[in-house]
Design a protein around this ligand. Structure first.
Ligand code: IPE
Ligand code: IPE
Ligand code: MG
Length: 246
């Protein structure tokens, strides 16, 4: 049992990132086609946003589509794009009502113009909200993010705006996605695989990793709570010794 002091001291994550994996296997297990699983996954997105709002998570970053997911069958990619459009249409008002700021992180230049304008509208509508920042990573790749930051800095050096000596971890951070947000505290991956799959690389340097066997459509508020409880029991040492921290 924890003493009241220990309970008060327990860490809660400010920034949670989730690799929403396992939709296809969830559907297959039910004898359905993969895209049925993607549609079912929307409910779990709602549940995780709701959990974050109720429990003081400040930033929630969800991996919806990786830069490598274009390599899937065209039909599946097509359904995912349509679903993305549909969900933006149906959920944005509610997100706005709940004071959620929505950001899409990733290379949106490959999306069709209708989707890009829906993304812009949603971001503009919610830009002043501050109960929760919800980042949806779409056509996102951790390596792309780092290369993008390097390109921006190289351009600034080239045009004389900054010196090479001005580049440090903080300036570099500022040119990555989610620049002005706290670093990721907790990274959750559902679906049983234990890998990063080119999600946030720079931003998870000191994140706690939590792998769940649940397929994404089964992930609910109780499952989110379990991950947060596990996080609270971890000791984050950031290079120090346990003795220094106790
Ligand atoms: C995650 O579920 C959703 C996306 C990658 C878009 P998957 O579609 O990868 O499901 P599994 O891993 O094949 O079960
Ligand atoms: C990672 O899942 C991407 C998303 C959840 C959006 P994948 O299913 O694409 O990852 P791999 O291919 O199994 O590593
Ligand atoms: Mg997968």
């Amino acid at each position: 049992m924890n003493s009241p002091e220990q309970l008060v001291e327990k860490n809660s994550p400010q920034h949670v990132a989730i690799i929403m994996d396992g939709n296809g296997r969830w559907a297959k297990k039910k004898g359905k086609i993969r895209t049925f699983g993607h549609k079912a996954g929307v409910k779990a997105v709602r549940a995780s946003v709701s959990y974050a709002l109720k429990n003081g998570v400040q930033v929630l970053t969800l991996f919806a589509f990786s830069s490598e997911n274009w390599n899937r069958p065209a039909e599946e990619v097509g359904v995912l794009m349509e679903l993305f459009k549909m969900v933006l249409g149906s959920e944005v008002k509610k997100l706005h009502k709940n004071d959620v700021r929505l950001n899409i992180i990733g290379d949106t230049s490959r999306f069709d113009s209708k989707l890009v304008s829906k993304i812009r509208e949603a971001e503009e509508l919610t830009e002043n909200n501050d109960s929760l920042v919800l980042n949806i990573a779409a056509n996102y790749g951790g390596r792309w993010d780092i290369v993008n930051a390097a390109k921006q800095l190289a351009t600034q050096v080239h045009t004389g705006k900054i010196d090479v000596a001005d580049i440090d971890e903080e300036t570099f951070s500022r040119h990555t996605c989610a620049a002005d947000l706290p670093a990721v505290d907790l990274l959750i991956r559902t679906g049983g695989e234990q890998r990063i799959s080119n999600f946030l690389l720079w931003q998870i340097a000191y994140a706690e990793l939590y792998f769940s066997e649940d397929f994404w459509p089964d992930f609910d508020e109780a499952a989110f709570q379990v991950a947060v409880d596990v996080f609270a029991d971890r000791q984050r040492r950031f290079g120090k010794t346990s003795e220094q921290l106790s």
